[in-house]
Every structure is written in C-alpha cells, then in structure tokens.
Design a protein around this ligand. Structure first.
Ligand code: AMP
Length: 397
C-alpha cells in the first residue's frame, strides 16, 4: 500500500479525526445485536489513546437520508464504546457546528469525543465541500478506518482529506488492504475464488476480473442456475436471469481461454416452493424437476468443491451457496464454511452473508481474515480503486 498509515505520523497531543464504521445491526428493541464493527476500530482508537492523542470519532448509521432520526443516533454506540474502552466518552449530538467545536476545544490528551451520525446531514453523502471543511476543521490528522464505506465518495472519507494535511490509514484499513493484496496481488498459488449469492448480474465485474487472476473459480448459490440454463439444462423454477444467459456463456468460454478451472455444482437441493417447510429432495443437476426450485448445492457438489479446494494455497470467498437463511437450505453454505475453515490455505472471506455464515458455524477464528466490507470488498475484487483509500496521503509526501 502506497498510502501513509497511522504509524507514519506523529499523533502525540494532536486532534485525530477517526472515521469508523459503527453502523452496527440493531435488534427490534433497538439494542446492538452485534458490536464487531465497533470492536474492529478499537486497535486504532487504543493506539491513539496510548500515544496521548485527542480522539474524535465519526461514523454513519443506517440511511437517515439527511434527517435527524432518533433511532439512528450514535448515542448507543457511545455507551458501548465506553464499556469497551473503560473510559468516559463525550457524545455530541451533532457532527458540525458550535457545540461540536466547544467539545473539541475542551478536549485534553487521552479524551474521546464521539460525533453524531454523519448522515443526519445530507451533505455527507453529497461529499459537500463546505461540510467536509467543517469536519476537517475539527482535527489535525485524519485517519480512515472505515473500510466498509471506502467504496463511497462521501465528505467524511473523501472531501475531508482535501482540507487536512495528513490523511492516513488506520489499523483496520491497513489489515483489509494487506490481506487483499496478499491474496490478489502476490498470491501463493493455486488461488481459488468461491462465489455465491443470488445473481450473476451483481457479480459480473467480479467474475470477469477474477478470471484474469485466479486459478480456479467455484460457483454456488442462485447464480448457478443462469450458468446451467446457459449450458442447456432444465432448471425448473430456480432463479435465472434470462438477460444474463449470453454473459454466462461468455464467462464459461473466457474461463476456458484463460485456463481457469471453472466449477459449477453437480447436484442441488430442490424444493416444491420457496418456503422453509417446503417438500425437498436432492437431485443431480440433470434432473431438476420442471416445477421445483433449486435452493442449495447438494452433497456431491460439496465433495467436488472440497476436492477442488484441496490443493489451494489461497482461497477467497464471497456469497452463500444457497438460501442459508432457511435451515433446510443452509447445508451447502455450512459445509463450505467447514471446507474453507479447515483448509491450510490463506483464507479470506468477505461480504455480509458469508460473514454471518462463518460466525453462525462458530468457525470464524479458523479463517485467516474476515473482511468487514461487503460493497468495498466486492469493489476490490472487481479490480477497482476505492475512493476512500485513493484519497489518503501518498507515502513520501
Ligand atoms: P448476494 O447478496 O448476491 O451475495 O446474495 C445473497 C443471497 O443469495 C442470500 O440472501 C441467499 O438467500 C440468496 N441465494 C443463495 N442461493 C440462492 C438460490 N439458489 N436461489 C435463490 N436465492 C439464493
């Protein structure tokens, strides 16, 4: 990574503006359902505190679309941070303006101020220059540790960097990029990519880019059936994107041309309706009944994929193998978690659903790296730059 990191700058006694992703999932009673996103930023916050800096924290939560929405206030995050850091945090109920300035002016070294949800101002997502300037005015150094929003071009991750001298990567950002580069730029081969999820259309850029870099691609999930239909199979009522059939054929040809081994499921679990209580059976892909829907990969595919991954030295995985939200169709995804987590390869998993599956299986600790980004991770896999990363100060400046 050719960007300055938090280790490259002297932060002692300075006001440090840290962009984090505190967009935590909330349950029905508005309690934090999972605080991993907050925990992911702790190394950066703790480092700043250890170095005697003044820490200003900013994040978005949900999509308030420029309006104040009490249920999306970051107050709840502030309370959790106090427990995690074992210290008092000053929560200000805005992210710009006089009250924020006063709170920041009153800070002493080792203090933490948490700003209110950035997206209560529409200027945040519009990357408004004046708003960016006001955020920048609060601090001496900007630290981006919000990998999950790095594919966005917003005021708090792009605009702000134009008005502050040093914009550097925090430890979470450094880790995300380091693992990604290890996997994609200088991988120990064979490098295998596992792609699942619903649609070909949403991952077409990723597949095309991967076909120029990886040794093997394994396809699962709903997108399987567009490929199978393109190959002439009967897929019943399974999810198919008819406008992607040509693309799917082109991808299969491209894989051959690039000498990438391309694996599709050889069997699947079919259901008579899209329902957790549906009648189900396992069939080879040649025998998908006309009126049935394929909702998971079958046991033979699991064996095939396990064999294909046996010699892999690097594995990247995004997207579930089936409708894993329903128990009856979660076997394929859970089996894939087992295969990946017991592999001796460097294993990198990204995307919300895949992350959930790995945690649900209790296997997260066996994965080399679980990315905190969904969209940002996919954008990297597509071979595209992340605006939030590009905006940081180049090394040597
Ligand atoms: P994505 O956001 O593209 O990664 O897609 C994730 C979604 O794909 C999950 O909610 C799964 O339920 C869904 N999915 C996986 N396999 C299938 C399938 N065979 N048919 C329909 N949806 C699927």
């Amino acid at each position: 990574m050719n960007k300055l990191t938090i280790k490259d700058v002297n932060i002692k006694g300075k006001r440090i503006f840290i962009s984090g992703d505190f967009n935590v999932p909330l349950d029905k009673e508005n309690h934090i359902a999972d605080d991993s996103r907050i925990r992911a930023v702790l190394p950066t916050i703790n480092y700043c505190l250890d170095e005697g800096a003044k820490v200003i924290l900013a994040s978005h939560m949900g999509r308030p679309k420029g309006e104040y929405k009490p249920e999306l206030s970051l107050g709840i995050v502030g309370r959790r941070l106090e427990r995690l850091l074992h210290k008092k945090i000053a929560f200000v109920n805005d992210c710009i303006g006089d009250r924020v300035k006063q709170a920041v002016d009153a800070m002493r070294c080792g203090d933490v101020v948490l700003l209110e949800n950035l997206r209560f101002h529409k200027e945040e997502t519009e990357n408004d220059d004046n708003f960016s300037k006001q955020l920048a005015g609060l601090a001496d150094i900007y630290v981006n540790d919000a990998f999950a929003t790095a594919h966005r071009c917003h005021a708090s991750n792009v605009g702000i960097t134009k008005h502050i001298h040093y914009s550097v990567a925090g430890f979470l950002m450094i880790n995300e990029i380091k693992y990604f580069e290890r996997a994609m730029e200088s991988p120990v081969r064979p490098l295998a990519a596992i792609l699942g999820g619903a649609k070909v259309s949403s991952k077409i850029g990723v597949i095309e880019n991967l076909l120029t870099r990886v040794d093997k691609v394994i396809i699962g999930g709903g997108m399987t059936f567009t490929f199978l239909k393109a190959l002439g199979y009967e897929v019943g009522k399974s999810l198919v994107e008819d406008d992607m059939l040509e693309t799917a054929s082109r991808i299969i040809t491209l894989a051959k041309e690039n000498k990438v081994k391309f694996y599709l499921p050889v069997d699947c679990v079919v259901a008579d309706k899209f329902d957790a209580r549906a009648e189900t059976k396992k069939v080879p892909i040649q025998e998908i009944p006309k009126e049935w829907i394929a909702l998971d990969i079958g046991p033979a595919s699991i064996t095939l994929f396990a064999q294909a991954l046996e010699n892999a030295k690097t594995i990247i995985w995004n997207g579930p193998m089936g409708v894993f939200e329903m128990d009856a169709f979660s076997r394929g995804t859970m089996a894939m978690v087992n295969i990946v987590s017991s592999s001796y390869a460097l294993t990198i998993v990204g995307g919300g659903d895949t992350d959930v599956a790995v945690h649900r299986a209790g296997e997260s600790y066996k994965i080399s790296y679980i990315s905190t980004g969904g969209g940002a991770f996919l954008q990297l896999l597509e071979g595209k730059a992340l605006p939030g990363l590009t905006a940081l100060t180049d090394k040597g400046k």
